[in-house]
Write a new protein. Structure first.
Length: 96
């Protein structure tokens, strides 16, 4: 469980931190806010809820696998959240 939380945590921490350092104009767009909120809610579930609700009696994970997943989630979390907090320009009509 601890390995799972560690490996998934960058995908939760980076988007939250990018909200504070991102472009304020990008974060004023409601489409960006909704997409980023979906991403954060998804990773709250994956990082904080899933390990304690589903992973009862699961097999141990090797440190190398945890490390690789951690690196992947750093890259994934940074790319997706940086795009939504700085560069994405969706029109409001995108919701329709």
């Amino acid at each position: 469980r601890i390995g799972w939380i560690v490996q998934e945590s960058p995908a939760l921490i980076l988007p939250i931190s990018n909200v504070y350092v991102g472009d304020k104009a990008a974060m004023q767009r409601s489409v960006n806010q909704v997409l980023l909120a979906f991403y954060i809610v998804h990773y709250v579930n994956r990082t904080l809820i899933y390990p304690f609700s589903v992973m009862r009696g699961s097999k141990p994970t090797t440190t190398f696998v945890v490390f690789l997943a951690f690196v992947y989630n750093i890259i994934n979390g940074q790319i997706q959240s940086r795009y939504l907090t700085r560069y994405a320009e969706y029109e409001e009509s995108w919701f329709i």
